[in-house]
Design a protein around this ligand. Sequence first.
Ligand SMILES: [Zn+2]
Length: 135
Amino acid sequence: MWQRIKNALRGFMAGRHGADQLSLALLIAGLVLSLLTSFTGFALFYWLGLIAYIWGIFRMMSRNNAKRSEENLRWVTFWTKFKTEFKQFFVRLKNIRKYRYFKCPQCKARLRLPRKVGEVTVTCGKCHHQFKQKA
Ligand SMILES: [Zn+2]
């Protein structure tokens, strides 16, 4: 019985994209949004949640593997960057009394100086651009 269900499922999923990180994220987003709907009663959350579910399931059922893999890669890249930024934000918040944070005017790399060093010439570690910075 179970074997037959398993085989039928395997046949159904053959050639389909299946679950990946983006589909999983969409299903989680759908779940969070439906929880938000029950807490707040906002219809908008309900519709967004429904869209997330349908999109997630559509991606798993899709036979266009190349397109779905490309989307997933973009998502994973974005999410990794987002997590890093998020973590760094809290690190900066924790050290805000110790360091002055600023961006390189040329390459926008994030740099920091200990506070109260006065005006110094900074060399960017990434692009080697030199500029004066007060801290
Ligand atoms: Zn730079």
